[in-house]
Design a protein around this ligand. Sequence first.
Ligand SMILES: NC(=O)C1=CN([C@@H]2O[C@H](COP(=O)(O)OP(=O)(O)OC[C@H]3O[C@@H](n4cnc5c(N)ncnc54)[C@H](O)[C@@H]3O)[C@@H](O)[C@H]2O)C=CC1
Ligand SMILES: CC(C)CC(=O)C(=O)O
Ligand SMILES: [Mg+2]
Length: 371
Amino acid sequence: MKLHIAVLPGDGIGPEITQQSIKVLKAVADRFDHDFYFENAVVGAAAIDSVGDPLPEATLDLCKKSDAVLFGAIGHPKFDNNPDAKVRPEQGLLRLRKGLGLFANIRPVNTYEKLLDQSPLKRERIAGADLVIYRELTGGIYFGEKSTAEDGKSATDTCTYSVEEIERVAHLAFKAAQQRRKKLTLVDKANVLETSRLWRKTVKEVAQAYKDVELDFLFVDNAAMQMILNPTQFDVILTENMFGDIISDEASVIGGSIGLLASASVGEVSAMFEPIHGSYPQATGKGIANPVASILSAAMLLDHFSLNKEADIVRRAVEISIQMNVCTQDLNKDNHYSTSKVGDFLEGVISDPDNSKINNENLNFGQMTII
Ligand SMILES: NC(=O)C1=CN([C@@H]2O[C@H](COP(=O)(O)OP(=O)(O)OC[C@H]3O[C@@H](n4cnc5c(N)ncnc54)[C@H](O)[C@@H]3O)[C@@H](O)[C@H]2O)C=CC1
Ligand SMILES: CC(C)CC(=O)C(=O)O
Ligand SMILES: [Mg+2]
């Protein structure tokens, strides 16, 4: 398959983790005879520094004409520490999501046996957790009108949702639930927010077309608690933009590190693949950032184009690296590997024509024979 992939490394650890995903995708392309073409563009603080705009037109154009976008992360402390800055890196990401119509952000959360004791949560609470968050991505309070009073003494952000915005992401979430354990939990704050009441009403109506899916509801404050107390109760979580942003970072604690959590942002036309974490500025250039969230996002890219065998191999390689402790310091304190060494290892596993590691029973996971 021929794929043109726009690469937007962004800021902080963005470039170093994205580089590992490209290594992995190139290894996949070599092994399976695909033609993947990569073209870079600037976004975020890097784009503000170079052209004064966090999402230059050329970047958006490249993304629009590419088959997919691989996104790193944006954000820089010089903006985080300056509330008066009018032009900000995060605007680049929000405009990109809006400009590409990426209304659904899909964030899978699972556990690895080897890491069950790495989580601050007890093994028995998290073992078997396997959920996916469908986060609405182009509406809600992040995109509503904002203002600050002239005297600087008050500020406003508005949260707006339309039925259509809710319906389109809800359909995707219900379809995902049908392919999984057939349970969908809507997370909202319908006891307080008008928009949440619209979500409940609309999602109940959408549910009529998915009678095989059990629908339940949780207020977001309770959901935040349940995520930690009993994450195995969840299958598909559907929620609005800001709640999804928050509970997915929280959910990353289950797996052991936010450096493992991947996502796909999809719309009618475009698709972008991005780790859920940010630019982790403290780690920039130190080789300590976990590249796996980005690499698993690349696996979601492969799935998006129905390259499921290829995506499985990438996920399998990640399992092997975790099983063999080939991990960055967030997961392996004593004997950690650098960001690029983890990438090299995964590239090696994927490139091995004999699948010696992939098919090695001693590595102790379910059988998967790659032909
Ligand atoms: N999608 C994006 O580009 C996002 C950008 N941001 C931006 O990133 C900057 C930093 O924000 P923070 O709140 O510190 O969030 P962050 O996600 O960058 O980092 C929070 C913590 O998570 C851990 N972490 C994150 N990525 C990791 C990785 N790959 N490997 C190992 N550990 C990792 C680190 O302990 C870090 O201190 C800000 O400017 C923020 O606006 C934040 C979230 C998402
Ligand atoms: C700019 C932020 C909305 C990015 C973020 O935290 C996310 O998408 O998870
Ligand atoms: Mg976030």
